[in-house]
Design a protein around this ligand. Structure first.
Ligand code: PLP
Length: 409
């Protein structure tokens, strides 16, 4: 059951006051806060069995290995994947996209072939593809979004063709909040070109929605632990096993090998061939605990809470004179990412005034410059919601924004 008061108590950071005022945290799209369960799991690893995995034939190492692999199983189950060998630990979503660009792209993209992404992507799902097409003499295209912040599905039909090798799309925009109809999109891409591979950037989806890779039918999916209550420095690439098996390793060294001779090396099977060197053991275990926490809350409850709060947020922000909220205006069709601008206040000025009241929001381009270019704005404010946010947080946001308006007009 979703008990907001209890959820809030699970996050010790809220015990803290800054300048005597409570913290109103509205930047979970950048990074979420951490519940006690995750902090304890990290503490437990560092206190009780902080040793390396795989290599030690002693109890502590066996415990660490078991916990690391247990985390992989939990994460697989959380994203609806039947085979934990399809879950690769990386540092974050960004590294996930880079892994696919290099380990898959290097051997599968040729001259004149096409990669398609969208204008609403985070830079993490643009720049690795730019570099890959530059190297390969391939072509990079972008599907546009419309004035309401929805992906233009007619444009998708135009951009995908028989030359498309990969379509890389975000599940949820980190600026517009748009939740893309990924099942429908995948079907469209498959209909036009059944050979094209599909990568879903789920950095904003896995923390907020029930994601089921086996049902979705994509080929790769990436996300970050720190955006879903887990530690920083740990993220995941999920890929279909037969694809992972056919890919070349991404980094080379210890732990990813079966046999090494001076003139050749035999690599392990996935996922280990993609996890060279000592991984972020504590991070994986912490992410496992985060997944346990979200599982107990229930992702349907998480989504329901966010819809209610997003509705309240949209309604409240619209009450402020001269304020524009970007993206879809229906809470059902978007996540709790509220990017907006005030007519007479620069986003950085607004964020600074809000900070005086401990209201933590983002200002800038949020690593999505093409979205801002398309909207003809240099920057925006972004307030983002998660499981621990309340209507009182939004009320405080509105009060502090009104204060900013007063100061700057
Ligand atoms: C949609 C999306 N993709 C990718 C990323 C990159 O995440 P990270 O910095 O954890 O690699 C972000 C981060 O904000 C994001 O919102």
């Amino acid at each position: 059951m979703f008990d907001l008061k209890k959820v809030k108590k699970d996050f010790p950071i809220f015990d803290r006051l800054i300048n005597g005022k409570r913290i109103v945290y509205l930047d979970s799209t950048a990074s979420t806060l951490k519940p006690r369960k995750v902090i304890s799991a990290l503490n437990d690893y560092y206190t009780r069995y902080s040793v390396n995995i795989f290599r030690g034939l002693y109890t502590l190492s066996e415990e660490a290995t078991a916990e690391y692999e247990k985390a992989r199983q939990k994460i697989a189950r959380f994203i609806g994947c039947g085979n934990p060998k399809e879950v690769i630990f990386v540092r974050n979503a960004t590294e996930g996209v880079n892994l696919v660009a290099q380990a898959w792209g290097e051997i599968n993209i040729g001259k004149g072939e096409e990669i398609v992404s969208t204008v609403m992507e985070h830079h993490a799902n643009i720049v690795p593809w730019q570099e890959l097409v530059k190297k390969k003499g391939a072509v990079l295209k972008f599907v546009d979004f419309d004035n309401e912040g929805y992906l233009d599905l007619n444009d998708l039909e135009k951009k995908i063709n028989r030359k498309t090798k990969l379509f890389a799309v975000t599940y949820m925009s980190n600026v517009l909040g748009t939740i893309n109809p990924v099942s429908r999109i995948i079907k469209t891409v498959r209909r036009i070109n059944p050979q094209a591979k599909i990568l879903i950037d789920a950095a904003q989806a896995v923390p907020h929605l029930k994601v089921d890779v086996d049902n979705l039918g994509c080929d790769f999916l990436v996300f970050s632990g720190h955006k879903m209550l887990g530690p920083t420095g740990i993220g995941v690439v999920w890929g279909k096993y037969e694809l992972l098996d056919g890919m070349f390793p991404y980094q080379f060294g210890g732990d990813m090998i079966k046999e090494v001779y001076l003139d050749k090396t035999v690599y392990k099977e996935p996922p280990h061939k993609f996890e060279a060197g000592t991984p972020h053991i504590a991070g994986a275990i912490g992410l496992g605990a985060a997944v346990d926490y979200l599982f107990e809350l229930g992702m349907d409850n998480v989504r329901l809470h966010e819809i209610k709060l997003t509705e309240y947020g949209l309604r409240s922000l619209k009450g402020i004179d001269g304020l524009t909220v970007y993206g879809p205006q229906k809470a059902q069709e978007r996540g709790g990412v509220l990017a907006f601008n005030l007519k007479k206040v620069h986003p950085h000025d607004a964020a600074q005034v809000l900070n005086e009241d401990n209201v933590c929001i983002r200002s800038g381009h949020h690593c999505a410059m093409p979205v801002h270019t398309k909207l003809h704005i240099p920057a925006s404010c972004r307030a983002s919601l998660y499981i621990y946010n309340t209507e009182e947080d939004i009320d405080q946001l509105v009060l502090s924004l009104q204060k900013a308006v007063k100061i700057f007009t």
